[in-house]
Design a protein around this ligand. Sequence first.
Ligand code: DQQ
Length: 530
Amino acid sequence: MKFGLSHGRSDANQQGPLYHNGLYHFFFQYNPHGPLWDTGKLSWGHSVSGDLVNWAFLDTAIDPTDPFDVNGCWSGSATVLPGGRPAFLYTGRDADEVQVQNVSFAKNPHDPLLREWEKPSCNPIIPIPADVTNNNFRDPSTAWLGWDWLWRMVVTAEVDGAGSALVYRSADFLRWERNSAPMHSSAVVPVLECPDFFPVAEHGSDGLDTSANGAGVRHVLKLSEFATHQDFYMVGRYDDEEDTFSPEERDRGDNCRRWRCLDYGQAYAAKSFFDARRNRRVQWLWVNEYDSKADDVAKGWAGVQAFPRKVWLDGDGKQLLQWPVEEIETLRTKRVGLQGTEVKAGGLHEIVGIASFHVYVEVEAESFDPDWLDPHKLCKEKGAAFAQGGVGPFGLIVMASGDLQEQTAVFFSVFKHHGKYKVFMCTDLTRSSTKADVYKDAYGGFVDVDIEKDNSISLRTLIDHSMIESFGGGGRACITTRVYPEHAATSSSHLYMFNNGSGTVNVSKLEAWEMATANVNVADADLVAL
Ligand code: DQQ
């Protein structure tokens, strides 16, 4: 989903997504001067929607115009203060290009479009601390109120070389004091970005206001890890007396690269907000470009958002489930469906009847013969050539040219490892495009599901021109990637089910919808009228 196409756009990692007075606001890193990210010229672009699907691009919300942000208004968050006044906490690069934290307030909280924002002269509210190294001090989170009615927020910093999540407290949202102990710190991972800290209900899928805490509430600490360009998270318990966070999975340690991965693909810098209209937590994820800068200049923009996802806690109390918000279903048009289709070993089954460049596919595959998973049995039958001894790979081939010279496979493989079945999910971009200057890799991870209990695997894939977003195991594993197939510019793409495993896979149900195009140029007046 592209925003703000009027001038082209850039590093669109999101800022302060917000639901306020009946409208959804989306703020993003925006370079009004050109299609590429430019450190020193970044503003906060601003788009507004009534349904998270169709958007109006407004003017920028804040621009690099003051000594405390003249070299860029970098990432931050939005918080609605008591009485309903939205406020930004954000990183500014000051006149010396030092990263400092600033505040900005909606000038007129009653303006449904929140068009005007003002910055108090007391900025920066938090100068860079003396123990921060390499100027890594940025991306303050949405703030939350503790038991003592003091605000808290978390900001990432490299403190004496250790990647840290620092907590600051404030009574008036202007003067902030740093807690003596960080919420998180690891000397193994020096540079962290875009922290998110939010409550999730222990049971059910409803969202919670960011200040919720107490019985039946767990918290999630999400960190964007600079070196791997991936988002990791940990579920845990938050004590708002001490502002301490106790991880649920201590065995994963302090190195966040060993925490759970929010998206195994190219999505980064996720940011969530509480949607009070639908009582859910909604998460945005930015996906950068993986084609050439020349292509970005030619198309006039760079960077997109994954479709907004509802996020909640799985019954295991350790992992999150992510799923496109249900409003996506308003874009469904033509539908094709299959029931009980067998895809034999080596089989390729085309899904016809829909234009497959903008498709939403749900596939359920089931009834695995556990014997297939017996590596010894398989090797005996298939000889040593069949080394992997698993079920699959099977799944979808999407955005494929007619000759299959270009194709992207989204698939599962099931293995038996130390007596446990492991489900691996992958998006293989290595043949996604015949263009030379496109980055093509394969991305994947394990889907934490009990396949013996469920005896089925589900896959949901959204295909939107250059975006492929896949959700395995009901949203337990997500892989979001970009593709730039050459054929797509001149001919239609093809969609297949495939099975390169050793046994027949029974696809109990497949549904695919052709999707309409969202409107990213809604008239302001139509929004205000909502
Ligand atoms: N991009 C922003 C930073 C943030 C990074 C600058 C994440 O604030 O840490 O555009 O991609």
